[in-house]
Structures are given as C-alpha cells and as structure tokens.
Design a protein around this ligand. Structure first.
Ligand SMILES: Cc1cc2nc3c(=O)[nH]c(=O)nc-3n(C[C@H](O)[C@H](O)[C@H](O)COP(=O)(O)OP(=O)(O)OC[C@H]3O[C@@H](n4cnc5c(N)ncnc54)[C@H](O)[C@@H]3O)c2cc1C
Length: 386
C-alpha cells in the first residue's frame, strides 16, 4: 500500500463513509483516505430497500432527515449522476387504535417542526391504494416529500464523485487497530501496514463496535439480520413506499415495476449472517397475499439479507469520542443509514473543517446513554425498539 499518512482516514466504504469522504474532499479537507476490508458498498449499503423519509417519532431524527431530504433533492445534479431519487411519498398504515394514536401524534410533532406530513383517513387510504384489502385499516400517515432511491446508483455516484475530488479509496484492506498517544488518535494499523493520521471516522456499520473496542470504547451496537426480496416486474399498482405497522411489512415498487419487500421476521435474530431462509419467504408471501391478493401470481426474482447496526434507542451514534480525540463515530443507524447519509456527509464536512459540532448532530452523542437522554425511535422496520 502506497499511502502511509492521511489528514482524514475513513474506515468503511458504505454509503456513510463514501458520503463523508466525498463531502470532506469537496470542501478541501486535505488528504483523505477511505479504507474498506472488502469492496466498496458490499455491506448493508447495497442490501437495503432504498426508503427515504422524514416521518420519524422524535425531534432530532425529524430535523436530521428534513435536512437530508433537502440534500437528496439536489444530489443527482450535484454528483452529476442520477441517484434515482423518486419522491413518490411514504405511507405508514395503522390497523390498531394504538398505532393510529401513534401516527397522529407523530404527524403533530412533524408538523410542529415544519414537516408537512398528513393523516390519511380510511377512505383516503383506499383511494391511494385501490388494491389494498381494507380489513381493519384505521388510518395512515403520509408525506409526499419522502420516497425511495436506488442504493447502487447512490453508491456509484458517491464513489465517482469522491474519486474525482481526490479521495484515495483502498479496497480489500482491513483496519485492525486504532492507535493513540496521550488520548489522541495517531495511527491505524491495517492488514497492509500502518497509516498515520490524527482523524479517523469509524463508519464500519455492524463492525463499529469491534473497531472501537481496540481503544477500549464499548459502543452499544448490536447486529441483526434482516431479509428482503424482489419480485418480477408488475403493472404499476403502488405509488408510495408502503409500510404496514402491524405486520412490519414494507413494499416499494421500483420505476421498472419490480416489488421490493421485507417484513419483520422473528427468525432474524442477532446475527451477522447474511444467508436467506424459507421461513422468511413463506411469512412474507402470506402477508403480501393477505394485504394485496392480486400479487399472489408474482414470481420472486431474488432474496437476500443484510444487517442492521442497532442501538438501544434506535438512533445513531454520531460525533467525536469524549475519550479519544480525533475518533469520530458514524454508525448505529438501526435501518436508517442510507436515508441519512447525504446529511451526514455535509454535516461532517462542516464539523471537521470548523471544529464545531453542528447542532443537528449534537443530540446523537454517545454519552446520551449514560446521561439518560436516549432518542427513542419506536418506528424501526423489522425491529421492536424499547
Ligand atoms: C434489508 C435491509 C433494508 C434496509 N432498508 C433501508 C431503507 O429503506 N432505508 C435506509 O435508509 N436504510 C435501510 N437499511 C439500512 C441501511 O442499509 C444501512 O443503515 C446503511 O447502509 C449503513 O451504511 P454504512 O455505510 O454505515 O454501513 P455499511 O454499508 O455496512 O458499510 C460498512 C463498511 O465497513 C466495512 N468494514 C467493516 N469493518 C471494517 C474494518 N475493520 N476495516 C475496513 N473496513 C471495514 C465493511 O466492509 C462495509 O463495507 C436497510 C438495511 C437492510 C439490511
């Protein structure tokens, strides 16, 4: 490996690491190296469903995602690469009284922060989703600024732009140990030698805890397997991203007509395994046919799984470590890392250039757990968060 020093070393070449690398390089932060132990984007970033939304249940995430959607709206132009951001809306379906109360409360909170989501009554839902079986439907929340992107297009666009701005991308090299002197980062040991640096971003997804442990920091991040599948193309029947809160079933129809699906599966326990299971396929097929009977005739093209880096409150851990200066966290996304990545890239560039932590990042500090100030996000696809 030719590199032996960097002004900023980003460990992890998923969507988060790439977005931070691109933005910092564009802003002229100096020599930036991005390291991945495999190929760029082979982690969770190429295994997700591409959902993007500002409909969250807590103020810090709503504000962060409101900003992120602003960035998404201009990203294709900025990158000179179409990331296929389709603002087709996002609908969250309530089929119990408590869910209906929760979505109404969320909409009130979102509206108070300037997010224009709305509550759809039963008849509005039926009109928007004519193929949905309406049994038990109470209401839904909906936001037309939300939607979906194509994850591969995002990764390719960010990688190209990062390289164009001079980021050195090193694949198939693993960071094995963070090194410090007097409580400061001074180097990172890798499988291809040592890189000296004063600033490291730990953007290693479900592996973030392992890397932080090499300097004695125990990040409260666990890894959960999550399966998904895509069907053959079907006539367009579903405009918004659709999420049934009772089942945990999530459907999104691509521009070409394929249907991306995933659902809550008790079989998907804490694990880093990325295999697939028949039990998931059966459960998902049953649920899809129950809600959208016409889809029963569809063939499945591909099934896969990835991992969620899950924190105790369902919100990410961001910002510099209190214990080791120069070490920055960017993980624990609990299923929301793709949608938040454009905002994080911009905010980390501001942060590293000014030395001042942006307000939008402040609530996500690691110390919030010890302070008893969790940012609880109960609406996590596929997982129940306390
Ligand atoms: C089925 C599924 C559906 C999802 N749906 C959505 C969705 O709709 N919307 C959304 O926003 N999010 C969704 N997500 C979550 C989203 O994919 C992740 O939050 C996001 O991709 C995290 O990106 P990342 O860059 O932090 O991590 P990753 O993409 O996992 O990247 C981490 C990288 O670090 C590398 N690495 C690890 N350890 C080391 C090391 N020691 N040295 C060097 N490199 C290392 C890995 O090889 C990997 O490439 C979903 C996830 C899954 C699995």
């Amino acid at each position: 490996m030719s590199t032996r020093s960097a002004d900023l070393l980003i460990v992890g070449g998923g969507v988060v690491g790439l977005s931070v690398a691109y933005n910092c390089a564009k802003r002229g932060l100096g020599k930036i190296t991005l390291l991945d132990r495999g190929r760029i984007g082979r982690g969770a970033s190429s295994r997700n469903l591409g959902g993007v939304r500002e409909q969250f249940s807590n103020e810090p995430m709503i504000r962060l995602m409101k900003y992120s959607i602003d960035v998404w709206e201009g990203l294709s132009k900025e990158l000179r690469w179409n990331v296929l951001f389709d603002q087709k809306g996002y609908l969250m379906l309530a089929r119990t009284e408590s869910q209906a109360e929760q979505v109404k409360q969320n909409v009130r909170l979102q509206n108070s922060i300037g997010v224009n989501s709305v509550v759809l009554e039963r008849d509005d839902v039926a009109e928007m989703l004519p193929q949905l079986k309406m049994d038990g439907v109470k209401c839904a929340s909906f936001n037309k600024r939300d939607g979906a992107v194509h994850h591969d297009a995002v990764l390719w666009g960010l990688e190209r732009a990062a390289r164009r701005h001079g980021v050195e991308i090193i694949e198939n090299v693993e960071a094995t140990k963070l090194c410090t002197t007097s409580g400061r980062i001074n180097a990172v040991e890798t499988t291809a030698g040592t890189i000296s640096t004063q600033k490291v971003i730990n953007a290693t997804g479900v592996f973030s805890r392992d890397l932080a442990l090499t300097v004695g920091i125990d990040l409260p991040i666990r890894s959960f397997r999550r399966e998904a599948l895509v069907t053959e193309a079907y006539k367009h029947f579903l405009k918004p991203v659709f999420w049934d809160l009772t089942l945990g079933l999530l459907l999104s129809q691509t521009l070409r007509g394929e249907v991306l699906c995933d659902t809550r599966d008790p079989g998907n326990e804490e694990s880093r395994d990325t295999g697939v299971s028949l039990s998931f396929l059966k459960k998902l097929a049953r649920e899809v046919c129950e809600l959208f009977p016409a889809l029963g005739e569809l063939h499945v093209l591909r099934q896969w799984s990835g991992t969620y880096d899950v924190t105790p409150d369902g919100s990410p851990i961001l910002g510099e470590s209190d214990e080791v200066s120069g070490l920055y966290f960017a993980s624990g996304f609990t299923g929301h890392g793709l949608m938040v990545a454009p905002a994080l890239g911009r905010l980390y560039a501001d942060y590293l250039i000014s030395g001042k932590k942006p307000k939008l990042l402040e609530p996500f500090r690691l110390s919030r757990f010890a302070e008893g100030k969790p940012i609880v996000e109960p609406l996590v696809a596929g997982r129940k968060i306390a």
